[in-house]
Design a protein around this ligand. Structure first.
Ligand SMILES: C[S@@+](CC[C@H](N)C(=O)[O-])C[C@H]1O[C@@H](n2cnc3c(N)ncnc32)[C@H](O)[C@@H]1O
Length: 239
């Protein structure tokens, strides 16, 4: 059977999976990530979970097609609820909302102990970063991927109390000294600034009494991002 083609987004997630990991891919859908990692001989074992029968059936078909029945275990469950701590040392959660990720991790506090988490949230990134930093997790590294007209952010996280109190800029785009050094970082910052500017204008135009807290947050985030952008434009990496 030929090698499975992985999207850039999932390839980036795969790069962070440690060699011989005991992986759980949460919300696996087509099971592309564990199948690819098995094909490359990168992982020791894999469990793939999904909360819905349709995606899990898709995963089952793919797992059979690529000859990994019995090697990739499929489990119908909410998040990590059907998995026990000794079974995994790495958990990937890709392609779902940040709030769902918080709920999944909240229900699996054992992930704070020696589990590498690879998270690729589709939305609520600021809330997720803040939640992680307040719940005993440390974001060690971040990547941004541009694929098919969309930006995707990936976080590599471990359970370790992080002393860093996140500023609004850090909530929105991450902590600069944890960013991977990537060519496209400046483009991503430009995109983030435009997005926040739009939100600020929306608030200014709103007929309702403006939310002063939100406005102060957006202004503070934009001020920080302007400084980081200026550094990157000058070829200096912000600290
Ligand atoms: C958009 S797909 C992402 C598939 C794959 N992880 C990827 O990144 O390409 C999201 C999947 O997460 C599953 N899902 C959503 N909430 C879940 C939860 N609480 N526990 C397990 N799976 C969940 C959905 O059923 C769906 O199959």
């Amino acid at each position: 059977m030929s090698n499975l083609n992985l999207s850039l987004r999932l390839s980036a997630a795969a790069q962070w999976v440690p060699q011989y990991a005991r992986l759980c891919d949460v919300g696996t859908d087509h099971a592309a990530l564990p199948i690819w990692l098995m094909q490359q001989g990168r992982i020791h074992s894999a469990i793939a979970t999904d909360i819905r029968t349709g995606p899990l059936e898709r995963a089952r078909k793919n797992v059979e097609r690529y000859g990994f029945s019995g090697k990739i275990q499929l489990r119908l469950c909410d998040g990590l609820s059907g998995v026990t701590a000794p079974e995994v040392d790495t958990a990937s959660i890709c392609g779902m909302g940040g709030k769902m990720m918080m709920a999944i991790l909240e229900a699996a506090p054992w992930t704070q102990n020696e589990v590498r988490l690879i998270l690729q949230p589709m939305k609520s990134l600021g809330e997720l970063r803040k939640w992680l930093s307040q719940h005993g997790y440390c974001i060690e590294q971040e990547r941004v991927i541009w694929e098919e007209g969309h930006w995707y952010t990936l976080l590599s996280v471990v359970g370790k109390n992080d002393e860093t109190v996140l500023t609004p800029g850090m909530e929105e785009v991450g902590i600069p000294n944890r960013w991977c050094r990537e060519e496209n970082r400046l483009n991503y910052l430009n995109y983030a600034v435009e997005r926040l500017e739009r939100q600020k204008k929306g608030l200014e135009r709103s007929e309702k009494t403006p939310d002063q807290n939100r406005m102060a947050y957006l202004q503070a985030a934009l001020a920080e991002l302007a400084i980081w952008r200026h550094s990157l434009e000058k070829g200096v990496w912000p600290i």
